[in-house]
Design a protein around this ligand. Sequence first.
Ligand code: FES
Length: 117
Amino acid sequence: MTPDPLDAQHFHVLVKPTEISFTAVEGETLMGAAIRAGIRWPSVCGGYAQCGVCQVELMPGKAATPPSRQEAEMLGRTTSTIRFDGILRLACQLPVTSDIVVFKLGVRAPKATPEPG
Ligand code: FES
């Protein structure tokens, strides 16, 4: 069920090393929130937990819901390494439930709209 953006809490997401930040609605997936904000988030399967390309390192000290069986299976097939003592998660499956900091290469900010005139 899609959270009602008017009733839900909003959380701050910071992506390292680019320092891109955006807001996620409580329960929205990390990748879904990024896409809604116009951010390019690496993906091949489009958010179905089938490619592992969206994988992020969730920085330590932040609560997270446990991965589903499907997410855990995909994480078990990836070869990414933990760099900052965090935990690996799929951005397309991770519901945002607090302010978070993640490490992810390849995330790109929206292109600036050219000024008219
Ligand atoms: S986008 Fe493919 S596993 Fe998340």
